[in-house]
Design a protein around this ligand. Structure first.
Ligand code: PMP
Length: 445
């Protein structure tokens, strides 16, 4: 039975919503019914401009028939096939397509691809590959994993352990042997910057501190988001990632870039790895991999890492790890169709061409009430608000609700507003974002 009441609102009882204040939401739900291009339509028929590409994932915009058709074709041909000790062509085809655009420069492409079902799974997969790699080269004491304060790496036990968000960590047991670099956010030195801030490269030396504290021979890998997204758009200071790469190399520590947000065009390059010109050993991805249409993630590994693990005894499984849905045929079909769209519509070039207008527009909001900082890179923006006294996050949440009511979807985390519009955005969409957000800020208490 279709359990909808007169306003098109479904019964809300049974669904336990993720990362949501369930009781607050269910008292005043915001429900999206359909989507096309740059817009959602709410269940009450209002058009909502998507300022966040869904959850940083719908890079080619909504309602892509090409992806739907590819998935439909694949499901009616081969709906599912076991991925352990069995294969199906489309997973190999997709991996080859990804290898063509794999992150990495002259020092080697990361063109070996392990499929997962999400960003969280990609992160835990990369952490496990790193530890397994170290063991395979005779460095079995290297099991420690280094993350960074204010890092977000999904919600697996590995991801929350290397992650740096207290709310995601405090209730749960964490995996032993992790530690964290300091974060790079410094409003006193770096407020209202377009692109990479000038100050803070030396914060990468924090890894030297952890090496001195724990011993390099205990450390397997260091994971960072090249641009931290979910924790409020923290952009790496100039020189920081380069320095981190050098320190990792000097101490035999693998460097992992978590590109779940930055992968697939967000910065106007295929990967942040290429944008910043710093090549890690492993890259985690998801989201834009399939334009958000079908859940999927992928870990890109260097040949050095991959090949080291391929040297065990013949006939033995090289890595005791994988998911029922690794390389799912429907997800691979969605992924290939997505890569076709990125290529055929030249969406990365488009994103790169749009970024100056984007930065100008976002920074034009400076001077409006409550704004403590505006930071932009690629087609990302973070707008940090001052906190309302005694109620951190409340002001940004009010702005979020106000924007939604006036037809704009934004994302808030604490007192920071994040934007990541689909790469198909036009200047007029950017103007709409600025205008609706500007009005909401003027109204905010
Ligand atoms: N890593 C990063 C950098 C992310 O931004 C996210 C999701 N926002 C994840 C991992 C987790 O991805 P998922 O929600 O698909 O598990």
């Amino acid at each position: 039975m279709n359990q909808h009441n007169r306003q098109n609102t479904p019964v809300l009882d049974s669904y336990w919503m993720p990362f949501t204040a369930n009781r607050q939401f269910k008292a005043a739900p915001r429900l999206l019914a359909s989507a096309e291009g740059m817009h959602y339509t709410s269940v009450d028929g209002r058009k909502i401009l998507d300022g966040t590409a869904g959850l940083w994932c719908v890079n080619a915009g909504h309602g892509r028939r090409q992806i739907a058709a590819a998935v439909e074709r694949q499901l009616s041909t081969l709906d599912f096939a076991p991925s352990f000790q069995m294969g199906h062509p489309i997973a190999f085809d997709f991996a080859e397509r990804l290898a063509e655009i794999a992150p990495g420069g002259a020092d080697g492409k990361l063109d070996r691809v392990f499929f997962t079902g999400s960003g969280s799974e990609s992160v835990d997969t990369a952490l496990k590959i790193a530890v397994a790699y170290q063991r395979s080269i005779g460095q079995g004491t290297r099991t420690r994993l280094i993350g960074r304060e204010r890092g977000y790496h999904g919600v697996g036990f590995g991801g929350i352990s290397v992650g740096g968000l207290v709310n995601n960590r405090r209730v749960f047991p964490l995996i032993p042997g992790t530690d964290h670099l300091r974060h790079t956010h410094d409003l006193a030195k770096n407020a209202f910057v377009k692109g990479q801030p000038e100050h803070g490269a030396e914060l990468a030396d924090d890894l030297e501190r952890l090496v001195a504290l724990h011993g390099a021979e205990t450390i397997a890998a260091c994971i960072v988001e090249p641009v931290a997204g979910s924790t409020g758009v923290l952009i790496p200071p100039k020189g920081y990632l380069e320095r981190l790469r050098k320190i990792c190399t000097a101490h035999g520590i693998l460097l992992i870039f978590d590109e779940v947000i930055t992968g697939f065009g967000r910065l106007g390059a295929s990967f942040a790895t290429d944008y910043f010109g710093v090549t890690p050993d492993l890259v985690t991805t998801a989201k834009g991999l399939t334009n958000g249409a079908i859940p999927m993630g992928a870990v890109f590994a260097s040949r050095k890492v991959h090949d080291a693990l391929m040297h065990g005894p013949e006939g033995q499984i090289e890595l005791f790890h994988g998911y029922t849905y690794s390389g799912h045929p429907a997800a691979c079909a969605a992924g290939i169709a997505t890569l076709d769209i990125y290529r055929d519509e030249d969406l990365l070039t488009r994103a790169a061409a749009l970024q100056d207008d984007w930065h100008e527009a976002m920074h034009s909001l400076k001077g409006l009430p409550h704004i403590a900082d505006i930071r932009t890179i690629g087609l990302i923006a973070g707008i940090e608000l001052t906190s309302r006294e005694g109620a951190p996050g409340a002001r940004a949440y009010d702005v979020f609700v106000d924007c939604f009511e006036r037809g704009l979807l934004i994302r808030v985390t604490g007192d920071i507003i994040a934007f990541s519009p689909p790469l198909i955005a036009e200047k007029s969409h950017i103007e709409d974002i600025v205008s609706i957000l500007g009005d909401a800020l003027k109204r905010a208490q």
